[in-house]
Design a protein around this ligand. Structure first.
Ligand SMILES: [Fe+2]
Length: 342
């Protein structure tokens, strides 16, 4: 079941105007024309071929102060309304562009993709939506567990799942001065957009203070207590770290680096050094050197697979303890001090 509420058009006025300006500038740079309304975005130069570049423009706007302020204000308002001013909201919203003539996301509920069972999804369009360019949401209490069990039993593929779920959902026709909210277990999705307009929207999740994050990392959320933003402890310190790659894992070193660097960015780790292990020396001399390096707080590695055996693992853990250092294992999303068999 969903709830549709109103919000003043002023709230995201800057975002809408600025988005239109920047989309137009980009289109003109490519030799295309200008549009007057965001819902005509499908007329911009090369958008069907270059959608990711247009999405990047949208995403970058969300990293800027003025837009961030509007987003945080909106999220705080929702936390006040739903959780008496105490809760969490996702740091970064997901942005969507539903182009004329195309489909977008299939039918699903966010709970299936790892959000906590009490999380609330907020869906805010920046264009008026109607019929097939709106979000389709099911508005009856449905037993999601039973649905999942039946899918598992029948082993049906995602296209078949989509067929079943789409009959449960109805259009929502949300306007620019409205937003939707629904629980993470509510099924929703999109149709092929057969309207003469496109849709631009963003969505994010909020959760109450004692509710669980599902499989989502807490670091992806901002905490609000008594209507004020508080920093989550792990955010307070910027760790100076070294990235470390090791040939033990069968993942190519360049792919390990991409993954490690992206995890460092997400976790606010400042990378000041990087190095690779000497493959032929399995006692891990490079790693030992890093642990002894006084300028580092943390070593960021691809996975626990850097330890070929328990003995080496225990020696490294002992050294970490002695030097008061930590290793962060990206793949397992785990710190060395969380490993129990020292
Ligand atoms: Fe969703």
């Amino acid at each position: 079941m969903y709830l549709k509420s109103k919000i003043s058009l002023k709230h995201f006025n800057y975002l809408e105007k600025e988005l239109l300006n920047r989309f137009n500038s980009y289109s003109m740079k490519l030799g295309g024309k200008k549009i007057k309304r965001l819902e005509d975005i499908h007329n911009l130069k090369n958008i069907y071929l270059n959608l990711e570049n247009y999405k990047k423009i949208f995403f970058e706007l969300f990293t800027e102060r003025k837009t961030k302020e509007a987003y945080v204000k909106f999220a705080k308002l929702l936390i006040k309304k739903n959780f008496n001013g105490n809760g969490y909201f996702q740091k970064t919203p997901t942005i969507r562009i539903h182009l004329k003539g195309l489909g977008l996301t299939g039918y699903h509920c966010d709970y299936w993709y790892g959000h906590g069972e009490n999380a609330i999804t907020i869906w805010k369009p920046l264009t008026n939506t109607k019929n097939t360019c709106s979000l389709y949401v099911q508005n009856n209490k449905i037993d999601n567990k039973k649905l999942l069990t039946s899918f598992r039993k029948k082993k049906i593929d995602v296209a078949q799942i989509n067929q079943i779920l789409k009959h449960l959902c109805k259009k929502t026709d949300v306007k620019r001065n409205e937003y939707l909210q629904f629980n993470s277990k509510v099924i929703h999705g999109t149709q092929k957009n057969k309207e003469n307009v496109s849709r631009i929207s963003f969505d994010f999740r909020i959760i109450g203070i004692n509710q669980n994050f599902g499989s989502k990392p807490k670091e992806n959320f901002i905490q609000v207590l008594e209507n004020k933003i508080t920093k989550i402890k792990s955010h307070n310190k910027i760790f100076k770290c070294s990235t470390y790659t090791n040939g033990v894992s069968k993942i190519a070193v360049r792919n390990q680096i991409i993954f490690i660097n992206s995890m460092c960015m997400n976790n606010n780790f400042q990378v000041i050094l990087n190095d690779s292990e000497i493959y032929q020396l399995d006692y891990l001399p490079v790693l030992r050197g890093m642990i002894k390096n006084k300028n580092l707080d943390l070593i960021v590695v691809y996975s626990l697979k850097i330890f070929k055996n328990k003995n080496i693992k225990n020696q490294i853990l002992k050294l970490l303890k002695k030097m008061n250092k930590k290793i962060y294992f990206c793949y397992e999303n785990l710190y060395s001090d969380e490993l129990n068999n020292i």
